[in-house]
Design a protein around this ligand. Sequence first.
Ligand code: NAD
Length: 472
Amino acid sequence: MKYHDAMFIDGSWRPAAGRETIDVLNPADEQIIGRVPAGSEQDVDDAVRAARAALPGWAATPPAERAARLTALRDQLAARKEEIARTITAELGAPLGFSTAVQAGAPIVVAGSYAELAASYSFEEKIGNSTVLLEPVGVVGAITPWNYPLHQIVAKVAPALAAGCTVVLKPAEDTPLTAQLFAECVAAAEVPAGVFNLVTGLGPVAGQALAAHEGVDLVSFTGSTAVGKRIGALAGAAVKPVALELGGKSANVILPGADLAEAVGAGVANVMANTGQTCSAWTRMLVHADQYEEAVALAAEAVDRYTPGDPTDAESRMGPLVSAKQRDRVRGYIERGISEGARLVAGGPDAPEGREKGYYVRPTVFADVTPDMTIAQEEIFGPVISVLRYRDEEEAVRIANGTVYGLAGAVWAADRDEAVAFARKLETGQVDINGGRFNLLAPFGGYKQSGVGRELGAHGLGEYLQTKSLQF
Ligand code: NAD
């Protein structure tokens, strides 16, 4: 795999300040496929200085020109789609079909949407005798995870650039090669030097230094709730805005009148995609007591279609998890489910047959899960579904809202009005009604401990703007 032994700072690839490196592994065969610098405080400081120096020029660049650079970035991402998909499959383990369609495909759409928004957005509004200017927040520190490595980068960098902000990105240590490809695309799109900077490195070192840096005006973080809380605390102490996109434990609520087979099938597909490593996955399936056993049987049967296999094989619908750490974590949760008394109806903690090498786990379904169990409360981040039973609508609402999270969810009902009425009672940032498709322009983000702020579309752009009112 091609990679840079360098940081992308101030428009060029330059050696890191220190000599520490990070090995990048292919989770399907545990082989090293790359080695990138592990950035230090010094590298972060250099990158933030470059971003600060570039800020006045970029903030003053007409929105139409910012839009032109974003269009060029979109075109670069589109031209290199296959290479990006192969890189994501190599370092994350997502099946190639999924990497191509979703992991590499969605960011092209998102970058394009911000090219259009930069050109059409009204960066000024009139309120009575005031003109309100919507100005860039400043230098953005973006810290991203590995599960949708390019999407999460583009969902921060594209709106930040559209707003007129400059950026320092610290991507996840498991997937830095995708981030390097993105930096190449930014350079090829002729975004001015210093507007976008990349520092690879470890979370507690480079990530921490970026989150705490005085020269950063806003930190936008996606990842675990534990780290998100620390970043939120740092921002609070410095009186800086922060955007946090954290974990989830979303409910897939199947009301009695719904098409049960469709709802269960879609629910299983939703969790198994990306090998269960999706923050918005509907990992709790809520089914009425009268239909419970039928739903459990349908879910166990549906999971059979997701045999873990080589992610480069076109037939594979499920690859390995990203790392040994994640595999061990997910297996630990499966063991916990069994020990707390849930009924294992598919999968289990052992490695899938013939897949002892690589970080594979078995797609797993638990029945007889009660709301107090660990597997019903904590984010597992693997291909594990918990099926819970409810007796009436009120109990379904209580269970659905009964976690610290509130990122996504689904409601299936006989008709749209019934589903919408239920969705209004959910404490969550997104609800898909009777299989509604993901919308890359709709605000995405969490209620409760799933986060602060929204990404995507015009709402996502608003995160990177601050207002100034002029009175006449
Ligand atoms: P993480 O939160 O540790 O990592 C996310 C990003 O934060 C990475 O870039 C990491 O380097 C950085 N980071 C880590 N510690 C930091 C610190 N002290 N200061 C600043 N930045 C820091 O997540 P993880 O360990 O990769 O995954 C653990 C769990 O997090 C997963 O099992 C899952 O539950 C959750 N997760 C959620 C999402 C999501 O999209 N919401 C994504 C990835 C992981």
